[in-house]
Ligand binder design. Structure first.
Ligand SMILES: [Zn+2]
Length: 239
């Protein structure tokens, strides 16, 4: 396999064999634990090297994924059978640079959501090839959001209403909600005016849903950022 990026901290060739195994995610547990599990973007004491290495992992797995060089399941259970009537919209931010590609968001979904689920011995899927039951643009997708809104106000409609996004860390809420994610890092800034307008238009197409930030569902996360709630919070603009 030929790699587009030049890697400094990791050697992607050492992963070719690993990603060809159905349980590849078990073989890279130390790396996944170090860089991705329970990581919500608020660790701020990490060295530049740590951040660069983490970034290289994302790029590398993204390259493997795009080249179809990660073994995944080609069929599996219909995980959307648990879908409930939709009564909520949950707002997220990607906590990534705003020019991140959908492929990067897809990669993060695979390694931060699906890999840890398939790595738990208590789940019947433990050790099996990963299956999301969702496709986007004719490929299996691991994006957890129904909509991804960019800074310029353009958006991607990834998951359909009947599909469950693995987005808020709580299965009941996932089953009954639509997820909208701002492709941006909103820890300390609000979304752009254009992005807010687009999100507002999407929200209006679900008139019976209550609006929640991820942090209102899962108290341990700051997603979608520190300026979402409160009297001056940008949640008010979306209501
Ligand atoms: Zn979130």
């Amino acid at each position: 396999m030929k790699f587009e990026k030049v890697y400094r901290y990791i050697n992607p060739n050492t992963y070719i064999n690993i990603f060809s195994k159905p349980h590849w995610y078990l073989e890279i547990q130390p790396e996944l634990k170090e860089f991705f599990y329970d990581y919500d973007g608020i660790r701020d004491n990490k060295s530049t090297k740590w951040l660069d290495t983490r970034s290289e992992y994302v790029t590398m797995i993204c390259e493997f994924l795009k080249a179809n060089q990660i073994l995944l399941a080609s069929f599996g259970d219909d995980l959307d059978n648990d879908r409930l009537p939709i009564d909520a919209i949950v707002i997220h931010h990607s906590s990534t640079p705003p020019d991140s590609s959908i492929d990067v968001i897809n990669t993060l979904g695979l390694i931060r959501l699906y890999a840890p689920y398939y790595s738990q011995r208590k789940n019947k899927e433990f050790g099996q090839p990963i299956w999301s039951n969702h496709t986007y643009k004719n490929r299996q997708t691991f994006v957890a959001y129904h909509y991804i809104v960019r800074q310029d106000g353009t958006f991607e409609h990834i998951l359909q209403d009947a599909q469950i996004g693995w987005h808020c860390g709580d299965w009941n809420h996932n089953c009954r909600s639509i997820a909208i994610c701002f492709l941006d890092d909103l820890k300390k800034v609000p979304p752009t005016r254009q992005a807010l307008q687009t999100a507002k238009k999407i929200i209006r197409t679900y008139p019976h849903c209550k609006l929640l930030g991820h942090r209102e569902v899962k108290l341990s996360t700051l997603c979608p950022g520190s300026l979402f709630l409160g009297n001056e919070g940008w949640k008010n603009i979306l209501l």
